[in-house]
Design a protein around this ligand. Sequence first.
Ligand SMILES: Cc1cc2nc3c(=O)[nH]c(=O)nc-3n(C[C@H](O)[C@H](O)[C@H](O)COP(=O)(O)OP(=O)(O)OC[C@H]3O[C@@H](n4cnc5c(N)ncnc54)[C@H](O)[C@@H]3O)c2cc1C
Length: 394
Amino acid sequence: MTPVRLTAEVDYRALVRTAISGIDRDRRRSWERAGHLPRTIITELATHGVFRERWAPGATGGLPRLVAMAEELSGCDSGLALAAMGHSEVFIGALTWLADGSAQHALLEDALDGQAVGCFGATEPQGGSDLSGVRSTATREADGWRLVGRKRYISNLGGATHLLAVARVAGSGPRDLALFLVPLATPGVCVEGFFATAGLRSCDVGEVSFDVPLGPGALLGAPGMGLAYASRLLQFERMSICAQLLTAGRMALGLAAAHARQRKLGDGPLLGKQAVRHRLAQAHAQLTVAEAALRDTVARGVAGVGFAHEAAALKLIVSDVVERVTDDCLQVFGARGYTTNFPLEGWWRDVRLARIGGGADEVLTELLASRLALADPRFDAELDRLMTADIPRR
Ligand SMILES: Cc1cc2nc3c(=O)[nH]c(=O)nc-3n(C[C@H](O)[C@H](O)[C@H](O)COP(=O)(O)OP(=O)(O)OC[C@H]3O[C@@H](n4cnc5c(N)ncnc54)[C@H](O)[C@@H]3O)c2cc1C
């Protein structure tokens, strides 16, 4: 694996490595078989300071640490990386940004220490791409809120203590969403069960329904701002997804190249075949460019420059690149790559989610296309000049 090393983050990376050093293959296999991560695993990471140190330099100042965390955890277990991403980049991210009052600040401290574990509930049975279609509804009551609804495909629901739920505020427009902190142990909250998934199998993905009274402190941030909040949190999630994907791509390429060097086909190594060599070289080139783009986007964020557009573009491209890279690497492995004795098929299954979750390809493409509809004075003027001069010559 060649992680996107950010030299200033060597200590943080070492901290994450120490935190996961006790997680061996048998332990990871047992999580996959169970379809759940142990409830204590996020606490274990927190004990080593994985979350507290990630957030010490702030949301954007800590972007290099976000990348290091994603790379190290996905190199260990892809499901663990997914669960930690939800807890850190969405749950802690939301609390760091929006917590108000002693109870919410106490919850933030608990989350940084892994005593509270968060998951994010945006998707509902009727859809996840269009958040303005959210049906879960929060109604104001004399002493707080009543939250009624259902969330589906929630990562690490089984290991979480709190759900950060996106809900519509009763009596307002469909885009007037809000974020609510829901302790999962509250009577009226029911974890309905879990879905078997193609990849990322150690991290459960579940459905939860709720019809609960919540105190006024359950509202995080301002009502009506939920869509804007979710959009910002998704930027960080997308950066983490890209780092996880590139790690899987690099691991697949490293193993495929080793196989191509060692596997004899006819009178030479498989790598001697130009078609194979070029396939792997293309994969290497695409990963190299994508890694550079990730570093560049991190640098933008750290410098305080907006990176929402770049993170969306990056995720769109990296998902596609890494899907093809893992597929090509599996191809180079032949039948072995398709068996569970080798990790190729696992990476191949894992990375597929990225084209759906965290903003499906089509949603991101629409988002990026919206920029093209904006007037561009430089090119609009240049086109005017060219059009004016567009006359036949004698
Ligand atoms: C393993 C896993 C973990 C997940 N974890 C979470 C989680 O922790 N929290 C959470 O809230 N959700 C989670 N999800 C759900 C995920 O975010 C949604 O699947 C995703 O947002 C897409 O929503 P949907 O599946 O309802 O698809 P839909 O919204 O029904 O869309 C279906 C397909 O239609 C296409 N499409 C959508 N919009 C457009 C458009 N505007 N133009 C053209 N085509 C379009 C896309 O190809 C999309 O895949 C998870 C899903 C999985 C599988």
